[in-house]
Design a protein around this ligand. Sequence first.
Ligand SMILES: *Cc1c(COP(=O)(O)O)cnc(C)c1O
Length: 707
Amino acid sequence: MTPISTKMPEKLGRLPDIAYNLWWSWTPEARLLFRHLDLTLWRQTNHNPVHMLNELPAEQLEAAANDPDFLRAYKSVLIKMDQEIQNGHSWFYQTYPELTKNTIAYFSAEFGLHNSLPIYSGGLGILAGDHAKEASDLGIPLIGVGFMYPQGYFRQRLPSHGWQEATYEQLDLSQAPIRPVETVDGQPLKIHVTMSGTPVYARIWYVQVGRTVLYLMDTDVEENDPWNRDLSARLYSGDGEVRIRQEIMLGVGGVRTLRALGITPKVWHMNEGHSGFLVLECLREKVQSGMSFAEALADVRAHTVFTTHTPVPAGHDAFPFHMVEHYFQGFWNDLGLSREEFLALGEHQESWGTAFNMTVLALHTAGYVNGVSKLHGEVSRAMWQGVWPNLPQAEIPITHVTNGVHVPTWLPSETRILYRKYLGPGWIERQDDPKIWQQLDDIPDEALWDLHILLKRKLMKFLRARVRQRWLTGRDDPTQVLTSGTLLDSSVLTIGFARRFATYKRATLILKDLERLRRILTNQYRPVQIVFAGKAHPADDPGKMLIQTVYNMAKHNQMGGRIAFVEDYDMHMARYLVQGVDVWLNTPLRPREASGTSGMKAAINGVPNLSVQDGWWAEGYNGANGWSFGNVEYDDPETQDWADASAMYDILEQEVVPLYYKRDGDDIPRGWVRLMRESIRTSAHQFGTRRMLKDYARKLYVPAMAD
Ligand SMILES: *Cc1c(COP(=O)(O)O)cnc(C)c1O
């Protein structure tokens, strides 16, 4: 394999710049450029332009360089990229010109940007990825800090018994859109953190996301012993010991990475408590420079933002005191604290005893704290009241910024073309202005419906192609072919349910009354089908049990092939699903879904939500843009499940199914199309990262930039 740079014809000299900047992934013109270069290779590499340029023979690149059409497209993409990456005209620069020299360091254990960089597991990572993309679009001076996991998250396989199997694949780093950070003399930049007396090293990769840069640490370097080389091999695997070491690397190592790069952030943002140790390193730096601990703490608090993401207690990392003491021996002396004062920073009562809780650490040390929806803000104030024993609940300093999704990432180009035609060419720039969405009324029913049917067919074709590929490898048995979506029918009302299989999300709620479900699915004239997808954490047996239950129903002949479980859910599949199903189902146990974002992706695509009134949907539902249930809370979980399930079946039978199948002479479900339009109209301006990042800027980042 010849390095990309040496075989690139001069006329296409900056094509690698486009390939290495994930900006291409949300820019249709840039995607088209790579498609046109070699469609087959584009598909073979799973839409990975770095991999593609590696594989392309020099002659083919030469031919492209001499093709005037290609050259014209290349130049126009390049101009667009350079323009958008320049700062002068962006929202942040226009709104806060005096603050543009500040830097916000955004720490996250995962980033979901594109499938070619599989360093995410689910909603939290995708949110971080969308955050980075939108920060770029708005010109918010943010840089990301995280890990480059060479084995990423696991790939899911479902054998015919339905018990999820996890496999890990080593990513070929030369095919990923990452590049090493080097020192001035061309050596890989490395940082280290001493753990139990041994320095643990990490090299640093960088990823370009529009104008945002992410720095990713990777401990797979020769200075480390095998155990430490593997420290950043995988996302969220391993026991408490690996986990605390990873979090020390993320927090303390992350600060040292920025220092080594000569970056001095004004604002520190911890996306979830995983990176909480970063405040300890910041405090240490300040105390070492002569401040008292109290002064250092006040200073750190003034510039630190913390976002908490879950009301589920087990979702907050907590470590036994002895473990924290082991790794932070001596650290408290550096801070001028006693052992007791140090441990008190994270002290919290867990179900299993007193421990050092990362969220509590973050709450004590961040001056700006938010939950991720209005309801989650309220729930968090109640949940963490113990940290502020003298304040009434309403005054607990936890606010909220409701999550959002990066609109250009989650809309297919077909939809973008339609929106452009009816909302005007500037619609992306003005996407958070509700007024432009009034023009949705100008889109004819036929156009909206035809587009939807097209995307639904694409989804089914995508699923079938995957199954066929697997069947060809000879490793599947016919049951697996049957359960993976081959029997789906594009004329049938299709419900989508895809997300992590955590128990509180209750994937099996719709299976509560099997006889009633069977009648709904197998109705001769108005049938319904459901597509499920999602991974359970490898250590979560109850979650795997839920997958198995769904899988057994998919196999059950009485369900008539109307249930499918598609394995190995990821971002790529998520796009097909949220764009191609008819209804998006979400059945969490209220109020445990802090926000949820997959429903927003569906909503902006005109796929109405059928959801428990939890998380974002408690704000999003307006009575005419989907359906809501489950807003009554019972103490007994079984009573709760039955009440929620019955309410859901009622809505399905009485509202969803009749509305979907009510067609006029042109075979268009006018009432349904009205609902689709209402779904887009009420969600696109409100639940995009455009609104979200502006909220972060106004409520948190800008105040945290004051001295
Ligand atoms: C959006 C997304 C999620 C989050 O889904 P929720 O329903 O919000 O839990 C998880 N995984 C992938 C791949 C996604 O794209």
